[in-house]
Write a protein that binds this ligand. Structure first.
Ligand code: COA
Length: 316
């Protein structure tokens, strides 16, 4: 009797299993179709973006020799190109991201942990007044910036849109920390030391804010890409980004002008009658390069974002 019951149960399970196999087969088919469509769309978007970039480049060259009427026509095409780029941004929000989010996540976390260590390092140097601790701190900075450049090359090859300057910025910063490391202890070093450490503390604090902003963007972009919960829209992302950016920018610009101030202080010190070290002038130039690169690139990024937003609103 009980054996019969087991048999019946087995048959029922078997029937359900056959159905499940059919459903799973269908699921695999749909998944294949979806993956193919995603790849097809991603490839087409990349191809279109590449061709638009080439076209924009050719138009820029053409504009140099164009008359008024032609310039107007070129302007119209340029406006269309800008609009098309916004459409691609929206399309990409629904496509899987090429740059591995996990690696980017890890990169942001690495920056956060090192920022905490560097902040503690700078504060310790401030209180301990020991040259060896300063050297360890500068060595840590050299290692940190070197590592960032390597990680960023991986991110770029994975499709990240990091502007060239930020990678160069980390090369320049590696150089700056290397020169700081070789600067012998003396009157000039002591005259600049506190200012440099205070700047490092400030930079670490700004880095915290940057982490909050950038990981927030990453989190929202991921949510947009996955669309598990349909509660986040492209507009929602843009509005969050602008709020974050408006909060962050004053701190960033203050940091840039502090870099300029460092440069001017060092130029002043290089004129000092007791200044013998080559490091002073080289560091002054390096801080100036950092100021110009950071300030101009940040202005460009904000201007591009603003322009993109304006074009989008125009199209509504
Ligand atoms: N370092 C590393 N990566 C950066 C970066 C930076 N300073 N700025 C932007 N990126 C990355 C972004 O994470 C994004 O990566 P993804 O394509 O993998 O998602 C890509 O570059 C494009 O970012 P973008 O849209 O151009 O800018 P954003 O909105 O992420 O950030 C700023 C804009 C202005 C907040 C940011 O560039 C910044 O913080 N700049 C100032 C840095 C500085 O001056 N530091 C010194 C302070 S004293």
């Amino acid at each position: 009797m009980s054996l019969q019951r087991f048999r019946a149960e087995w048959q029922e399970l078997d029937k359900e299993f056959n159905q499940l196999q059919e459903t799973h087969k269908l699921y695999r088919q749909k998944l294949d179709e979806l993956t193919n469509l995603q790849t097809k769309c991603s490839n087409s978007v990349s191809k279109q973006k590449r061709r638009l970039k080439d076209l924009a480049c050719s138009l820029r060259r053409c504009k140099l020799y164009a008359d008024a009427e032609e310039i107007e026509a070129i302007q119209r095409i340029n406006n269309d190109i800008k609009e098309r780029r916004n459409v691609f941004f929206d399309m990409e929000a629904f496509l899987p991201k090429k740059n591995g989010f996990a690696y980017k996540d890890e990169y942001e976390k690495f920056k956060l942990y090192l920022t905490i260590i560097l902040l503690l390092g700078a504060i310790s140097c401030m209180f301990l007044l020991n040259r060896v601790i300063d050297e360890i701190f500068n060595f840590l900075l050299v290692w940190y910036y070197c590592t960032l450049t390597i990680r960023e090359s991986v991110l770029i090859s994975n499709g990240s849109r990091i502007k060239g300057w930020w990678v160069s910025h980390h090369y320049v910063s590696t150089f700056l920390s290397g020169v700081m490391l070789t600067w012998p202890n003396g009157l000039m070093y002591q005259m600049f030391r506190s200012q440099f450490l205070a700047f490092s503390i400030y930079q670490s604090c700004v880095q915290f804010l940057q982490y909050y902003y950038q990981s927030g963007c990453l989190y929202r972009l991921r949510a947009l890409g996955e669309r598990d919960h349909m509660d986040l829209t492209v507009e929602g992302f843009q509005s969050w980004m602008w709020r974050g950016l408006t909060f962050l920018l004053p701190f960033l610009f203050f940091g840039h002008f502090w870099q300029l101030y460092n440069s001017l202080t060092l130029f002043g010190l290089s004129q000092h009658e007791r200044c013998k070290e080559w490091q002073v002038f080289v560091l002054a130039l390096t801080f100036l390069v950092l100021f110009l690169g950071n300030f101009l690139t940040t202005l460009k990024v904000v201007h591009q974002k603003f322009q993109k937003n304006k074009d989008k609103l125009k199209n509504l």
